[in-house]
Design a protein around this ligand. Structure first.
Ligand code: BDR
Ligand code: CA
Length: 316
């Protein structure tokens, strides 16, 4: 049997129940070495996203994971949060507790720069699943890291699926469009998981029951999180279940064959009052603007959930 390649990753995150699913999927996957979690303000303010990240590691039985707090808000303008989808804590569903894991003292963008410079060139993959502020701050402080990053596999944006926080913008990009612009223009290879693909992955009742049936601490907590998360989104979209956005990034690293997409030019709208934060994707190649992202638009959702459920079984 061919041995899977070992991958070093940093997850940049604003947990969030779907962030929790992404972090747990990564923690349960032996092919991935998580160099750290870098935390950004997003779904809820930074103190809560940081607390939530520590909680997720603890629920997974992984007290060794290094967690770094980063940006408290976007590069420009006020912070946008999403308590309407994630609850007041950002992780509503299971009991909230004070984690015992200590937060690292280094600032997340500094950790990103130091690690990418220290590790061999093109060996570190970034998985941003929140607003792109930390990644943009790292790129601004040390532009050289762009050529050293192996790839950036991010959740954000939408094209045919349009927006979820405004009619034309997806939350992670809308929360910091200036940061997104810096990241999309940095020159590192980008794999983009937009709403178009994440809306195909629904947390149906049957799938959440399978997660719960894994029966360990992590999966029982995740099932409770998804119970809360599904209620809001099912009502909004009228489906059985909610789109499970963020773990698509990790699943792509583990099993890219579950996904399809194409290389496109992607530009970020920062000016317009109405479409600020929109990702303008040249899907039909109607311009000669350079292709700067691989945009994913299809997924095998049953196999995605099989993978997630299976890997949860490796946790606490
Ligand atoms: C994205 O926004 C957040 O609310 C989710 O965690 C996900 O990263 C989806 O638009
Ligand atoms: Ca997120």
């Amino acid at each position: 049997m061919q041995r899977k390649r070992h991958m070093k990753i940093i997850i940049d995150t604003d947990p969030g129940q779907d962030d929790a699913a992404a972090i747990m999927l990564a923690l349960g996957s032996p092919e991935l070495e998580i160099l750290g979690l870098t935390i950004v303000a997003g779904n809820v303010p930074l103190d809560l996203t940081t607390r939530n990240a520590l909680m997720i590691c603890e629920l997974s039985g992984r007290l060794d994971v290094k967690v770094f707090a980063g940006a408290e808000g976007p590069l420009i303008g006020p912070q946008v949060t999403a308590e309407h989808a994630h609850g007041k804590s950002g992780l509503d569903g299971p009991d909230i507790f004070k984690p015992s894991i200590a937060l690292q003292t280094q600032y997340a963008p500094d950790f990103l720069v130091e690690t990418i410079l220290k590790e061999d060139k093109k060996t570190v993959t970034l998985c941003p699943i929140g607003p792109l502020t930390n990644i943009a701050l790292a790129l601004k402080s040390e532009p050289e890291i762009a050529s050293r990053i192996e790839k950036i596999v991010l959740m954000g944006g939408g094209y045919f699926a349009q927006g979820n926080i405004t009619p034309s913008a997806e939350f992670n990009i809308f929360a910091d469009p200036e940061a997104a612009k810096i990241v999309y223009n940095c020159g590192a290879p980008i794999i983009m998981m937009p709403l178009d693909v994440t809306h195909q992955i629904l947390t149906t009742k049957a799938r959440v029951e399978k997660i719960q049936a894994v029966g360990n601490t992590a999966s029982l907590a995740l099932a409770k999180m998804l119970g809360f998360y599904s209620r809001y989104n099912s009502k909004k979209y009228g489906n059985d279940g909610a789109p499970l956005h963020d773990p698509t990034t990790i699943a792509w690293l583990l099993k890219p064959e579950l996904f399809n997409g194409r290389h496109c030019n992607v530009e970020i709208e920062t000016e317009s009052e109405i479409t600020r934060g929109a990702t303008v994707i040249d899907w039909w190649e109607v311009t000669d603007r350079p292709k700067n992202a691989y945009v994913v638009n299809e997924v095998n959702s049953d196999e995605f959930f099989d993978l997630l459920t299976d890997r949860l079984g490796n946790l606490n």
